[in-house]
Design a protein around this ligand. Structure first.
Ligand SMILES: [Zn+2]
Length: 95
């Protein structure tokens, strides 16, 4: 059986589709959402470095040919937090 391979927009690694988060620009509304829906899709490894690369260089936006709302990145940040450490806790409190 052939595997369904996809490429991460952050690190460019190719992996099975099931290893990735799926971000989809819905057709025909153009709304961007996670996981499900018909339209143009992009894939991202569930890890902070890939999320950061996809966001800071707008690779995700370019892959989808759409503007990615901040809320969507916030959702992905939340998923990362659920998996491990919170990005917001990485700031230092020393003065
Ligand atoms: Zn990646």
């Amino acid at each position: 059986m052939e595997k369904d391979l996809r490429r991460c927009v952050g690190c460019r690694q190719i992996r099975p589709k099931s290893d990735f988060w799926r971000i989809v620009r819905l057709y025909p509304s153009g709304a961007v959402q996670l996981d499900t829906g018909q339209g143009r899709a992009a894939y991202l490894c569930p890890q902070a470095s890939c999320l950061k690369a996809a966001r800071h260089k707008n690779r995700l936006g370019r892959a989808l040919k759409a503007t990615i709302p901040d809320g969507l990145y916030a959702q992905l940040d939340e998923r990362l937090t659920g998996l491990g450490k919170s990005l917001s806790e990485l700031g230092d409190d020393f003065s």
